[in-house]
Design a protein around this ligand. Sequence first.
Ligand SMILES: *[C@@H]1O[C@H](CO)[C@@H](O)[C@H](O)[C@H]1NC(C)=O
Ligand SMILES: *[C@@H]1O[C@H](CO)[C@@H](O)[C@H](O)[C@H]1NC(C)=O
Ligand SMILES: *[C@@H]1O[C@H](CO)[C@@H](O)[C@H](O)[C@H]1NC(C)=O
Ligand SMILES: *[C@@H]1O[C@H](CO)[C@@H](O)[C@H](O)[C@H]1NC(C)=O
Ligand SMILES: *[C@@H]1O[C@H](CO)[C@@H](O)[C@H](O)[C@H]1NC(C)=O
Ligand SMILES: *[C@@H]1O[C@H](CO)[C@@H](O)[C@H](O)[C@H]1NC(C)=O
Ligand SMILES: *[C@@H]1O[C@H](CO)[C@@H](O)[C@H](O)[C@H]1NC(C)=O
Ligand SMILES: *[C@@H]1O[C@H](CO)[C@@H](O)[C@H](O)[C@H]1NC(C)=O
Length: 849
Amino acid sequence: MRALTKQQSLFFTILCLNSLLTLSPIASLEDDLSFTPDILVEGNMTIVSPCEVFELGFFKPGNNSGWYLGIWYKNVQNRTVVWVANRDTPLSNSSGALLMTGDHGNIFLLDPSGNVTWSSNHTQVLRPNVLLLDTGNLVIKEGTENSQTIFWQSFDYPTHILLPDMKLGWNLSTGLNRHLTSWKSSEDPSTGDFSIKLDYHGFPEIFLWHKHVKNFRTGPWNGMIFSGVPEMCASKHGVDFNFVTKQDEVYYSFSLQNKLELEYSGLTVSPNGDVQQITWVESTKMWNIFQYPPKDQCDSYGECGPFGICDTNASPVCKCVRGFQPKNLEAWNLGNGLDGCVRKRELKCTKDKFLRLRSVKLPESWGAFVDRDMSLEACKEKCLENCSCSAYCNMEITNGGRGCVMWFRELMDMRVYADGGQDLYVRLAPSEIGGDGKETLAIIIVVAIVGLVILLAGLGFYIVWKRNLRISRNARTQPKGPCGRSQVLLLNEVVFTSKDFYSGERINDEPELALIDFSTVAVATNNFSDENLLGEGGFGYVYKGTLTEGQEIAVKRLSKNSGQGTEEFKNELKLIARLQHINLVRLLACCIDKDEQMLIYEYMENKSLDAFLFSREKRSTLDWQKRYNIICGIARGLVYLHQDSRFRIIHRDLKASNILLDGEFTPKISDFGMARIFGKDQNESHTRRVVGTYGYMSPEYAMDGFFSTKSDVFSFGVLVLEIISGKKNKGFFNYSDNKPNLLDCAWKQWKEGKGLEIVDSSLGNSYCPSEVLRCIQVGLLCVQEHVVDRPTMSSVVFMLSSPDATMPQPKTPGFCLGRNPAGQTDSSSSKLEGSHTTDQVTIAALDGR
Ligand SMILES: *[C@@H]1O[C@H](CO)[C@@H](O)[C@H](O)[C@H]1NC(C)=O
Ligand SMILES: *[C@@H]1O[C@H](CO)[C@@H](O)[C@H](O)[C@H]1NC(C)=O
Ligand SMILES: *[C@@H]1O[C@H](CO)[C@@H](O)[C@H](O)[C@H]1NC(C)=O
Ligand SMILES: *[C@@H]1O[C@H](CO)[C@@H](O)[C@H](O)[C@H]1NC(C)=O
Ligand SMILES: *[C@@H]1O[C@H](CO)[C@@H](O)[C@H](O)[C@H]1NC(C)=O
Ligand SMILES: *[C@@H]1O[C@H](CO)[C@@H](O)[C@H](O)[C@H]1NC(C)=O
Ligand SMILES: *[C@@H]1O[C@H](CO)[C@@H](O)[C@H](O)[C@H]1NC(C)=O
Ligand SMILES: *[C@@H]1O[C@H](CO)[C@@H](O)[C@H](O)[C@H]1NC(C)=O
């Protein structure tokens, strides 16, 4: 088309359409072809919706950008655009125009030189009427305003925001797929890299895409919310979520309960991939932003591969479903779970059993079979019959569960939730679960006979072992007082006299590492029964056991052979067993049997710190004195690990769930030295990920894979602030949601001289403010951004125990909101953006000295 004036161009367009029209039956109805087009919008003219909620017009989002036709909230000061017509074809200046032809009701956007840059596309309408509704929908209707038939609407072509009552999903009869796509940047509305699309194949769910890569999956609709977005429960206030699956359409939408209040709200995807619900708060004249997943490592699509389950509280986060083992063990142990897991035992088809996984995010359900009316029992029968059915579950959880879903492929992208999720039944070979009648009986008889022999043989051994235990118990009765004044003397004593007192280490030379038979462990743990399962920590399942003499133990059954020879493994364990300190969990014995490797630890009555700290009911059990003792205990345990004379151990994964508590709430660090067992023989040429837990990782470790004792100091600082506040530090991925994490909060309050604001309210007034403030200051010193600024653990112990010592003022913490979210001065934050795959190498966890 040549460059024409607006009128000419339009005329030309009309002629084109008109020549088409003559072929269509509608043409015969056209009796009043009017060639004077209506100008709807031009220059700075706008269309405003009846109640003045929305406004349609031209806008220029950035100083250097072109002009766009869009819809925005009329009454929001900073222009918040909700729809853009010509997002990829900006106009060079504002003298474009939106026109409507009188004859068939299409609307055209002309650029300043008169070319058509955008148009609505629909069949012809007789007496068209263009309206901007108060919902933000630009519609073309026929005839009068009361007419209900909509021929075209902007709601069918969403850009980056889903407004209330707008549909995200498919019209299956026309193939129209309404989806959201982010802007390129906050000043550039053109099609960005992130999009949100509904997939209706199998059991419908919504995906967040980064270009052509799946980034996050909401999980299927469970009747109330998406099973992979438990946050929806929290954001439910005043909002109804709808998910509709019908013959001819599948979509998600939300609506506001109180429509009269005209509350503004929208679901949006930001240019850097944050999915957010924004809601206008009139009193503050600000947008309130609610951040949806992806938020943590486990939200990342396929983080643990097929048949892998992601658990943010475990370390590494990936584990295999029971009955499965890592496909690529080396990568797996280094925290890269992408290859997933494979079955240990062949399936036996109709003889198979099902394992119940609780509170999981259902696997990716492309191609899953769905039956709305089938009961769970019938679902199980049907799944059992078809040998390629890998799992089943209820379709919805409302009213105690209904319907049936079956999977026929690898189970992909699962994770566990502390709260929420759904029960999934996974097919396993019968021998993985108890087995059936005869087989089990035979096994029991054999085990019983073997056990009896071993029991007799082991009796002598026990006597020897028990004596060793008694010796080591004596060693454990070292003073463990709080960091109070009395401790200062002790500390001085330590500094000036004996290092061995400090460490609490046994004085006699070689502690024996007891070896226990498999069968003994099996008997002690009731054959690894589910009742005895304590948890699924990093590296394997943990069972509670009781030895025949009544001693309680915790058995860590390593998920798979660590890849070391038996002798080498034993040597490593001897080293670890030599680390003995009142604040470390004691390794009592080990068990090596073919490919089974188990570590036997002392049993901790009160389980782990996180179970208290982050539980609404139990947190009040921890009064300030207990918390203070815990902080001091952990600090001393770390000094021991970092400064022991024989070798230095960097824990690398210090977090609340790795701090166990005995009957008297003495903290015991667990999982130390695991890197030594699992991290050996690293192949440097592989790219791999940082091992550890987001939220506790220091910046230099998370970004550059560089770690030192100071990385542990950082984690310790986070832990201290968590213990004081009773709140979990939420990692650092949600930079842009402007919701400060714990470090931000603590730092901000501290700067304003209101440090005590972060103290857990369940503590009431039962603490000494100066003591708490000292702890907060120590915590902040530990999480400082720059490695050199952070104190060593021994000076931490000193600071904690000397009320009168002057301490330096903390500087900005790492991963702080106020730092440089846009990444202007430091490349590190841009490295983080949008992905969790920092491909950095984690090198030696501990270096011999
Ligand atoms: C308008 O369209 C004509 C023909 O396609 C083209 O040559 C001209 O450059 C266009 N003008 C602008 C401003 O894009
Ligand atoms: C719109 O533009 C015209 C001239 O281009 C100007 O006179 C008028 O003040 C503008 N109106 C507004 C509301 O900016
Ligand atoms: C845009 O231009 C205005 C006026 O020239 C200036 O004040 C503002 O800082 C600029 N904004 C950006 C993002 O460059
Ligand atoms: C907009 O651009 C067109 C040509 O591209 C020019 O003729 C017109 O004068 C410009 N209008 C303004 C307001 O700059
Ligand atoms: C209008 O329809 C034509 C043909 O179906 C298509 O090529 C064009 O991209 C559509 N335009 C818009 C704005 O949807
Ligand atoms: C799908 O689109 C067609 C054509 O626009 C429309 O007639 C039909 O009502 C739509 N179906 C649904 C369920 O909205
Ligand atoms: C409007 O934008 C300015 C500059 O970007 C910002 O400082 C201000 O906080 C914004 N106001 C609101 C209500 O978002
Ligand atoms: C099992 O289910 C799959 C998928 O629905 C189907 O293709 C296959 O024919 C079924 N096999 C049997 C034996 O029913």
